[in-house]
Design a protein around this ligand. Structure first.
Ligand code: PLP
Length: 319
């Protein structure tokens, strides 16, 4: 007899103590990663070809390979918006809501293109537009090991297992117990383990963790931190940012120098989006500039004004 047939377990030791409130994306299809949400869309829609920005995360190409979908690159301008795309009838456009600040552009594109896929990995709080396939990667916003949320009305006929992710949370625990530096290798191991995962449903652990998040509080902090950095550093910023109703992932600061190493020495960790573009080619001049000189400054729920003042101090010092 299976354990589940005996019924609910009662008594014994406790599980990890996590609040059981509710998730933000309650009506989505819950999968194990963002890239697998994309693979799901590609398998379901069977597009002949998809237009993909040069400026994107390398891991999404795995989704194209596994679903056997052709793609073609497009460039973006200094507003981080697409330049010249002409999809045919059975082709689609994939657009990333960069840093969570491109909600208006997403709306604009939805009026232009019939077949649009929105990558909201960097825009967790942006609700999907009606009829637009949209996916999310919650780990860019919260301390969870994996997970993806997908909105689509095209369901694929595939039996999916549920993922298991307890072995991927060592870095999350170490960061609390010891330091970010001590958990860095575990973070890499956890990230690498996502590379070849088949499409599965989100693990119960990740789902529980995402049910314990205070979303309203986080939304407010992210927005006010973003505005604070923009007021202080906006003058230095070569990127055209228009402030709107959005909840950003980070504050994208584009300057003429690359300060990543100097910031790391001061324990300010700023990711590079995306390392595959660090080498410039004639087709990716602007995108390579972004990879080299765009600093995605943290503005998340962990930080208050005095933390931001530290970031501002070092940016002004080195820029
Ligand atoms: C813009 C963007 N899209 C998609 C992904 C893939 O998400 P996941 O790692 O959850 O598969 C990432 C990062 O990994 C990303 O940065």
């Amino acid at each position: 007899m299976k354990l589940s047939e005996v019924g609910k377990p009662i008594g014994g030791y406790f599980e990890l103590e996590i609040n059981k409130n509710s998730e933000y994306h309650k009506n989505s299809i819950r999968l194990n990663t963002g890239r697998n949400c994309l693979e799901y869309i590609l398998r379901a829609r069977k597009y002949k070809r998809v237009f993909v920005p040069y400026y994107t995360c390398e891991v999404i190409f795995e989704s194209f390979k596994r679903s056997n979908t052709e793609f073609e690159f497009y460039n973006i301008n200094e507003y981080l918006e697409p330049i010249k795309i002409n999809p045919k009838k059975n082709e689609a456009v994939l657009y990333t809501n960069y840093f969570g600040i491109k909600s208006l552009c997403v709306k604009k594109l939805s009026r232009i293109y019939d077949n649009l896929i929105i990558d909201n990995s960097q825009a967790f709080f942006d609700r999907p537009l009606n009829g637009v396939d949209t996916f999310y990667s919650p780990r860019k916003f919260f301390g969870v090991p994996d997970g993806g949320y997908l909105y689509t009305d095209k369901i694929i006929d595939m039996k999916l297992l549920t993922d298991i992710s307890y072995s991927r949370i060592l870095h999350l625990a170490k960061r609390i117990d010891i330091s970010p530096e001590s958990g860095y290798n575990d973070f890499k191991t956890s990230e690498n383990s996502l590379d070849k995962l088949p499409i599965k449903y989100m693990s119960l652990l990740t789902r529980r963790m995402l049910s314990g998040v205070d979303y309203e509080m986080i939304k407010n902090i992210r927005y006010s931190n973003f505005i604070y950095l923009h007021n202080e550093l906006g003058e230095l910023n070569q990127l055209n940012i228009s402030i709107g109703k959005f909840t950003p992932m980070s504050y994208p600061l584009l300057i003429t120098k690359n300060l990543h190493e100097k910031l790391i020495k001061n324990r300010i960790f700023v990711p590079i989006y995306w390392p595959n573009l660090l080498k410039s080619s004639s087709k990716t001049k602007f995108e390579s500039k972004l990879a080299n000189n765009l600093h995605a400054l943290p503005i998340d729920q962990r930080y208050n004004k005095s933390d931001l003042d530290k970031i501002i101090f070092f940016i002004r010092k080195y820029a």
